[in-house]
Write a protein that binds this ligand. Sequence first.
Ligand SMILES: Cc1ncc(C[n+]2csc(CCOP(=O)(O)OP(=O)(O)O)c2C)c(N)n1
Ligand SMILES: [Mg+2]
Length: 526
Amino acid sequence: MTTVGIRLVEGLAARGVEVVFGIPGVHTIELYRGLVAAAGTIRHVTPRHEQGAGFMADGYARVSGKPGVAFVITGPGLTNTLTAMAQARADSVPILVVSGLGRSDTLGKGLGRLHELPDQGAMVSTLCHSETVTDPKKLGEVLDRAFSAMMSGRPGPAHIQISTNLMGAPCPALPPPAGGTVAVPLPLGRLRSVAGALNDAERVVILAGGGVRRADGALQKLAELLDAPVILTANGRGAMHGHRLCVPASPSLTAVRALIAAADQVLAIGTEIGPTDYDVYAKGGVPDLSGMIRIDICADQLARHPAKMPIKADAGPMMTALAPMLMRSNREGAGRAEATRLAARAELAGLYAPMPAQLAMVEAIRAALPGAIIVGDSTQPVYAGNLYYDHDRPGGWFNAATGYGALGYGPGAAVGASIAAPGVPVVCLIGDGGLQFSPGELRTALDEKLPITFIVWNNAGFREIAEAMVQAKVPVMGCDPSPLELEHFAAACGLDFASVPQDPEVLADFLRHPQNGPRLLEIQVR
Ligand SMILES: Cc1ncc(C[n+]2csc(CCOP(=O)(O)OP(=O)(O)O)c2C)c(N)n1
Ligand SMILES: [Mg+2]
């Protein structure tokens, strides 16, 4: 008999899914019958916690450009995954969570059954698209709607749940996937007015966010035609590495704000204009952006900030369509970008004296491992990098120190990234505190033989938070969880280990050693 569980896995394979991150339980055994039946087409990875499954799906999606998929049990499996779904929502990352659900005749009755929640679907639906499979004949439609929710317009998470009694029920063959993603049409009628406004301006500045992750070439061409500096938010970093017009610095910095304020035309592309990028210190003073031309794929996003020209469009095709209509110009963009880079970098020391030395460590990773993917957690050098750092691979710098900000994101996301990019070095940069949120996922990296370097920034505590307490004149409290004995921890995980002082040269030397599977490197922070 071909069951719902088997058909669901077939339906995922038909939509290009190649990996599932999951932790099985009695409520999802029938999904595993499906995975076994799909033998060889879908790889299954077993994380150590469902939050890790969600973060792996996230890292996988960011690097592959395809949805990441997680299989989790009813109740606690799903609540454990919610944090990762919220992180994915904040950063527009497509992940599909497939969970179990209690027997259909027991739902909402409060019988105290295994893994019971009052209303599981309602809980998830405040966060994202969530649908319950109630009729096997409609399974294909449910999958189509979930993929459409994830991939059409602004990407994000989606959830499908299936009652345990339905998972093993007979299910007819699914129809082929309908339609795939619906492209946002180019706003042809607006192209001329946008190009006109850009051609009329003398000092254009571009604000680029995660929406340009896969449009690096088009962004560079547009910037060159306009001779416009490009300010990259944390999720835009890695685009236009080393380019004379690239400003890989946070719009929270005074120097970057000055560049924006001096523009006579701001062009914002694929950026949420969120406070963790534009006002990370919550001091106010964000330049007035109401005169901007704003390109975004999501109408809701466009409605959230006033703009002179809000344009609903996909960043890549829109930039490509605009290019031939722009007049080549020389507006001293490179000079303005360079002055801003210098001033922004210089500003770091004034914000926090140890920050330039932290940034030097991140730059040592880039020097030693060109083209690596750096997956960050919420730790001091990652905050420093989000303020100023020019990564050398589009989409290759991402972390949870921005947006939703879920501590413990790094290890799982690094596993997902590494699976999506075989042969590419992946670095997980994480603090001693964050590591203790999700230590088990280092062992997942070993199971999967992934060449990830886990760099632990060991400053013995929640230092970023301790600093915030000092600044707020609150006596530091609750910020000294004892760090792991990292050498013993690495041994218990079966990982190669080294410990180095906070010295960029020593770090780079170590990273250049060839590696065989995952390794753990402690940085003894000064
Ligand atoms: C789930 C979650 N809980 C708490 C926080 C608050 N938080 C942000 S950074 C941080 C400290 C992290 O310590 P560590 O990983 O050692 O990095 P450090 O600041 O010391 O470099 C905490 C507790 C958070 N962002 N997410
Ligand atoms: Mg710490």
